[in-house]
Design a protein around this ligand. Structure first.
Ligand SMILES: O=C(O)CCCC[C@@H]1SC[C@@H]2NC(=O)N[C@@H]21
Ligand code: NA
Length: 622
């Protein structure tokens, strides 16, 4: 990028950006100094299970709406048209199933970490495998989220790259470490609003400067960027209605159903009903976030298609082009470039803080506490803060690794979710829907799922069959005009159109199918191994850890047949955690309530730090 074309910030922009970081810090400090002052893990990691549905729902959006979406989705729409928008069709089921299947099971078990479920249902080994897999996925994802905004800004504005990464990482680590989950959730609320405001500003100014709505629509229509309903059933087709609306459901379930960051938010709600309501309330906000980023891509297309930006942007990826577009639109409007940079970093901060906090929680609850049961509350809380800090530093290192990955951060992020989140989703489904599944089946199933997903993932990179479709000839996006890239495009067109071997087709499976494909692999392998090594019996399964899915699907069968199929266990009772737990119970419920095999589902046995046990009668509401 030659300096003459670099867009510069005015003082006002820097002030706005500093105000955003400052506001996040203040919210973090407020929660460090108010309430219980973050002195128990229940408060630091679970917000005292006192949150209401509005902040939880906005925090649910913020967790997986980072700069990757703010930059990656417009770049996707610019290059491939609005096909990606169909992922919105996956949001309905993608939130309905978590609200009515995963939340009831996980909430009634009163867990702190989603992976405690795996020990209750299977064994400690399965829990550890799930936790380690989640940690790997989140650390890689965090790296992408820290790197994306800094890289894009640096490419266009010369904004000091590693200075921005450091500023983001440190501010985020600080307020997360000081304020715990309460600070993370309330900064998420503030940052989500900044995110929406920033994107809206770019859209309004962009439409105005491109000649108004009708002008934008005409250019977009003629550039055939409005993709119709592509019902092509070919699973290697990168984006079709099926890969996005159906494959997308499994992606949503892996994130909003079983991902620790989201499960922790559900469990921080003061009642189960509040948690379900927050899931429902996330739907409109998710649709709004998707619409804003897609429209931004369309306005960008209306603005540049046909112009030649290659000389301006050089070899940097199309992701950087989004920032160029924003800076181009907002030039001369002091404060607005700063607002968009604040939007970008809000997106990044809200995701990274959720990642830090969930990593600290699972490391504490799943990997440390079980080995140090006598650890004092103060020491446990201090250790949680040290963990949040160390994950922060690890994240900066991962940011550098992202530097080495390909372009299109959106695709990289979605691939990670499919490759790692998919098998974890399969593991939870295996446990919740199939009472016969045993621990050996679960571990082998997870291993098979991860092995398959990395085999496809690496295979697709090796054979360059990332499924990029040839673009419509009438408007080769401006960044592809240079001959080298065009040559790759035509070479790619020839190889993929030649007779692809079965293996090549396997490698070119759309990454939007990874979540579905990998979760089914875990379930099928897990069931086979379970039946081979002796399936579990109904009475052996911890009550409250199985969702009678098969029973509900086969509701037409007579009761005695369903009993034979051992799939009619009633789910645990609806809990309102505040009423059901006596106050002294609170500080240890994060230790996971061990079910006494003999206790009836309504009774939960909990282990006190001093080794005594207490039967807690949970109120049962219909
Ligand atoms: O923005 C990111 O950090 C990740 C990319 C989007 C992740 C998925 S896409 C479907 C769902 N909707 C969102 O807003 N995020 C998740
Ligand atoms: Na975010």
């Amino acid at each position: 990028m030659d300096p003459s074309d670099q867009k510069h910030f005015t003082v006002v922009d820097y002030v706005i950006f500093a105000v955003l970081l400052g506001a996040s810090m203040c919210i973090g400090l407020y929660y460090a100094l108010s309430g219980g002052r973050q002195r128990t893990t229940q408060e630091f990691l679970m917000a005292d299970r006192s949150m209401s549905c509005l902040p939880v729902s906005l925090s649910l959006i913020a967790s997986f709406q980072s700069a990757v979406a703010i930059i990656g989705v417009p770049a996707e729409i610019y290059s491939h048209g609005t096909q990606y928008w169909f992922i919105g069709c996956a949001y309905a089921l993608g939130l309905f199933i978590p609200a009515h299947v995963f939340i009831p099971v996980l909430y009634r078990l009163q867990l702190s970490s989603a992976y405690q479920y795996l020990e209750l249902r299977f064994s400690k080994a399965v829990r550890t495998c799930g936790t380690v897999t989640f940690i790997f996925q989140t650390v890689v994802y965090m790296g992408i989220c820290v790197y994306t905004p800094a890289f894009a800004l640096n490419a266009v504005t010369g904004f000091e790259l590693w200075g921005a990464v450091l500023a983001t990482g440190l501010v985020c680590t600080l307020y997360t470490t000081l304020g715990g989950l309460k600070a993370v959730i309330w900064t998420d609320v503030f940052q989500t609003l900044v995110m929406f405001a920033g994107q809206l500003a770019v859209i309004v100014v962009g439409v105005y400067r491109t000649g108004g709505v009708s002008e934008v629509w005409t250019k977009v229509w003629e550039g055939n960027r409005i993709s119709g309903l592509d019902l092509n059933p070919d699973p290697t087709e990168r984006h079709t209605f099926w890969t996005l609306a159906v494959g997308g459901v499994f992606l949503m379930l892996s994130l909003y159903g079983v991902n620790q960051a989201q499960v922790q938010r559900y469990l921080s709600a003061r009642t189960e009903k509040e948690a379900v309501r927050s899931c429902y309330m996330a739907f409109p906000s998710l649709q709004l976030a998707l619409a804003l980023s897609c429209v931004m891509g369309l306005v960008m297309f209306a603005r540049y298609c046909g112009d030649d930006l290659t000389d301006k942007l050089g070899s940097s990826s199309r992701d950087a082009m989004v920032i160029y577009f924003v800076m181009d639109m907002l030039q001369g409007l002091p404060g607005l470039p700063g607002l968009f940079v604040a939007c970008l970093f809000s997106a990044a901060l809200s995701t990274i803080s959720s990642a830090f906090n969930s990593l600290a929680t699972v490391t504490m609850e799943d990997l440390i506490k079980p080995h140090f049961p006598a650890m004092s509350e103060a020491r446990a809380t201090l250790l949680s803060k040290v963990l949040a800090m160390s994950y922060g530093l690890l994240c900066l290192a991962m940011a550098y690794l992202t530097h080495l990955m390909g372009d299109s951060v959106l695709q990289v992020a979605l691939k990670i979710f499919g490759m790692v989140g998919g098998p974890i989703l399969g593991l939870f489904c295996l446990g919740m829907f199939f009472p016969w599944a045993n621990s050996i089946g679960a571990v082998v199933g997870l291993g098979a799922g991860l092995a398959t997903s990395f085999w496809i993932g690496i295979g697709s990179i090796a054979t360059h069959s990332s499924g990029t479709r040839p673009l419509p000839s009438n408007c080769i996006p401006v960044l592809l005009t240079n001959s080298a890239t065009a040559a790759i495009q035509s070479a790619l067109r020839n190889t993929t159109l030649s007779h692809p071997s079965a293996l090549k087709r396997f490698y070119s499976l759309s990454y939007m199918w990874y979540s579905a494909f990998n979760s089914f692999t875990v379930i099928i392998i897990g069931l086979i191994i379970s039946f081979v090594t002796g399936p579990m019996k109904e009475e052996d399964v911890t009550p409250g850890t199985v969702y009678p899915l098969v029973g509900k699907l086969l509701c037409f069968l007579p009761e005695h047949l369903k009993k034979k199929l051992c799939c009619v266990t009633p789910l645990g009772q609806t809990l309102s955690s505040q009423q059901s737990q006596p106050p002294e119970q609170k500080e240890i419920s994060g230790w996971g309530l061990q079910q006494d095999r003999g206790a009836s589902p309504g009774e939960m046995e909990s282990f006190l730090p001093d080794g005594h046990t207490r039967l807690v009668e949970h109120e049962t509401t219909v």
